[in-house]
Design a protein around this ligand. Structure first.
Ligand code: MN
Length: 765
């Protein structure tokens, strides 16, 4: 096989010599190497991205010649990620194709720096490389490693362990990238010295004689230009081992540093997710003095506290604000924003303007709406000021991927500020009240509401918005459409763990539908009022109105399992009226629906009523499925509670039928020169079956045309036996003229309900 061309996320990549054996003892090939990197890429990227690399290439396998390279070669393709630092053009990894390109070069060892290329002088990791000399058992290395990790934890760090893939173990300690390299080396030395004092079989000295029989704690990987084997990089050692990130608790299971290799690494990664919060666990140096001394302003281009923000994001992919410099004039601002963030877990983000940036906390379970309610708040990186206006969707796979909406904004007034706590008054459009926010441990804080709230602001009394009728499907430019569900209108109220289901008239029917109430508890919001329709579908999904009604009327008695099985209920939700203290009625319907979707866990019991752009198509589908009709909703419209509004229009499915005119009533008033209504019937074998009287659907022109024809017909005696309305005023004619009529349904005595004249049929039809 000479080579193949493959497409990796839009990059055309030429892979060559795939069957080349790179590890001769067990015969692992380049194809297997590439396969390995393809599969571990998602785990590897966060740990290696944008770090300047040194590669060791083995084009003829681990026994052949090796080539060190850090400067990108001339033949490097244009799309390959790189960064220029002084006179070196480093290869870096920013996308999958970058890694696969390196694999294709037989770059069996990928060594990376403890800094990203935009921050050469400010490492984000302290590395301790535990390197045993000959004869030291792996158990002793493990113990040393665990002891050193323990000392690091005591100092407030989050040490991470990986195998070297050779003999030793590596400890990586994430830190905020706000310190100079000298400070970091100094700190590593202090920690290392304190440790070797207690543990005489360890040393910081690199020279062969000094380390004889000992474990070298190598802190020189933290020096300028140094690298260390990257997490998940392969090694040019027998059996294709990899440098494997581990969970601390799994250390007891590790028997050697080369235990993980390209064949068994993925399974461990998938089941244990080691190092998954690596960068989130970055902390300050334990021995750093004042914050102000940590930062030498001439080095950093952006606001120093925004470095983490910038580092976490790829601004070629996300539309979040970037490259914002600190503006000293803005230091005194006092705005706040609460954003609703539909990331992997729906949460709120609270941001307070402070020192020219937005101090930020993620609050998983909503800003407390009632007095003395406490919620966990996770401190997140500072955000730049323009973020206060940010609404948009961060692409999936990017940091914070998902949609961000502004939930509320306004001013805050600090009433008390201490190092680890804030007390402040929020004055927003929605949120008004006093809160305290205090630090507990690591990145965890607590937010607590300290002022009372009017109960009606949390769960106001609201009645449903009602739809007008329309005979035609309205304009798709101005409306979107939903199916009209043939069931009962349901208002859902959830306040904490209390759920009530209310019928249109306000009757509490929670007890009749316990399985729905149970599912509402899974809503990803504390307090909500929702609008929907409760239906009981048959096996094909078509709603059976009678079934849902019969369940609704099982008054008092608890609903039996049997009833639930026979008449299963499904709630179709279509609107959100209230969310965590915010009145949503004056938000456009599109946003109400987006928020509804974000908080609703869809299941077999609770679904979203889907929207459609093609009203005529949906109407035809509703007709074919035997459904009641469709609802058209005006784009951008508000929720007008308790009122019938033309913003919502129901268009009912009506049936067309061919009928025969058998008579008419004489006109009165305006219609005195014409007829009043038509009597119609249909043939059933040899006799006529009466279908009723049609008095609407024609204007004066149509009536004139019809009258011209029917008055020419021969007058007969009454051709049917039924009693008819206005019989005294009726004229019967020979059944010769056909027309088409629309109607809603058939009444129990066989006549048409809501019949409307449609058109005369011509003789040719
Ligand atoms: Mn967030």
């Amino acid at each position: 096989m000479a080579h193949i061309i493959t497409d990796i996320d839009g990059v055309q990549l030429k892979l060559s010599n795939l069957d080349k054996v790179l590890w001769p003892v067990d015969g692992q090939t380049k194809a297997e190497l590439i396969q390995y990197y393809m599969s571990v890429f998602p785990y590897m990227l966060p740990l290696i991205q944008l770090r300047p690399l040194t590669l060791i290439r083995y084009p003829d396998g681990i026994d052949g010649n090796r080539f060190y390279s850090k400067n990108a070669a001339e033949f490097t393709p244009e799309w390959m990620s790189h960064c220029q630092v002084e006179d070196i053009n480093y290869l870096i990894i920013a996308k999958k194709a970058d890694l696969i390109y390196i694999a294709n070069l037989a770059g069996l060892e990928i060594h990376a720096m403890n800094n990203t290329c935009s921050e050469m002088a400010r490492p984000d990791t302290i590395i301790f490389d535990l390197d045993p000399s000959e004869g030291v058992s792996f158990d002793i290395i493990k113990n040393t490693c665990l002891e050193l990790c323990y000392s690091l934890s005591e100092l407030g760090y989050h040490p991470h362990i990986k195998t070297s893939g050779s003999k030793g173990l590596h400890i990586y300690v994430p830190i905020l990238p706000i310190y100079s390299r000298e400070q970091i080396i100094q700190t590593a030395k202090e920690i290392g010295n304190a440790y070797i004092e207690k543990n005489k079989n360890t040393t910081l000295k690199i020279s062969k004689e000094k380390r004889e029989g000992k474990i070298l704690i190598d802190i020189y990987r933290n020096h300028q230009g140094q690298t260390c084997i990257a997490p998940l990089s392969t090694r040019a050692k027998e059996n294709a081992p990899v440098s494997m990130p581990l969970i601390l608790d799994d250390m007891s299971l590790i028997r050697s540093s080369s235990q993980f290799n390209i064949l068994n690494a993925l399974e461990y990664l998938e089941s244990q997710q080691p190092w998954k919060d690596y960068s989130k666990l970055a902390v300050r140096l334990h021995n750093a003095k004042e914050e102000a001394n940590e930062i030498s302003p001439q080095i950093s281009q952006t606001t120093p506290t925004l470095e983490v923000y910038e580092r976490k994001r790829d601004f070629s992919k996300t539309s979040e604000p970037s490259g914002i410099k600190e503006d000293p004039d803005l230091k005194k601002g006092n705005r706040f924003v609460v954003q609703l963030h539909d990331a992997s877990n729906l949460h709120y983000d609270l941001r307070l303007e402070e020192n020219g940036v937005l101090s930020s906390w993620a609050i998983p379970k909503s800003i407390p709406t009632e007095r003395d309610i406490k919620r966990l708040a996770i401190r997140t990186e500072d955000h730049p000021l323009p973020y206060i206006n940010f609404e948009g969707t961060i692409p999936k796979g990017e940091y914070g991927g998902g949609t961000m909406w502004i939930f509320d904004t306004g001013d805050y007034a600090l009433t008390k500020k201490e190092k680890d706590s804030y007390r402040f008054q929020l004055t927003g459009k929605t949120i008004k009240g006093e809160y305290i926010l205090y630090h507990t441990r690591e990145n965890q804080w607590i937010i607590e509401r300290k002022s009372d709230v009017e109960s009606n602001n949390i769960m106001p009394e609201i009645s449903p918005m009602l739809a007008d009728q329309s005979a035609v499907v309205p304009d798709p430019e101005r409306y979107f459409y939903e199916l009209k569900w043939d069931g009962i209108r349901l208002f859902v109220k959830k306040r904490g763990n209390q759920v009530s289901l209310l019928s249109r008239s306000g009757r509490d029917i929670t007890a009749q539908f316990p399985e729905i109430a149970e599912k509402i508890l899974e809503m990803k919001a504390e307090n909500v009022i929702l609008d929907g329709e409760l239906v009981s579908p048959d096996e094909k999904g078509a709603p059976i109105f009678a079934n849902i009604i019969s369940r609704m009327h099982t008054k008092g008695k608890p609903t039996s399992d049997m009833t639930r099985r026979m008449h299963p209920a499904v709630l179709y939700l279509f609107d959100m009226i209230h969310l965590d203290g915010k009145n949503c009625m004056t938000l456009p319907i599109e946003k109400r629906r987006e928020w509804l979707k974000a908080v609703t866990p869809v299941s077999d019991k609770i679904r979203m009523s889907d929207t459609f752009e093609d009203g005529e198509g949906l109407f035809a589908a509703a007709r074919n499925m035997g459904l009641e009709g469709i609802i058209a909703k005006k784009k951008g419209s508000f929720y007008t509670a308790g009122k019938r509004s033309a913003d919502w229009l129901k268009v009912k499915v009506r049936t067309l039928i061919d009928v025969i005119i058998i008579g008419y009533t004489k006109g009165k008033g305006d219609r005195s020169s014409l007829f009043g209504a038509l009597h119609v019937a249909k043939w059933e074998s040899d006799h006529l079956v009466y279908l009723g009287k049609i008095g609407t659907g024609f204007d004066e022109n149509k009536m004139t045309d019809i009258y011209t024809i029917v008055k020419e017909l021969t007058v007969t005696s009454k051709p049917i036996k039924d009693n008819v309305e206005e019989e005294y005023n009726s004229i019967w004619v020979e059944p010769k003229v056909e027309c088409e009529v629309q109607y809603a349904s058939i009444t129990p005595n066989g006549t048409l309900r809501e019949p409307v004249f449609y058109r005369l049929k011509t003789n040719d039809e």
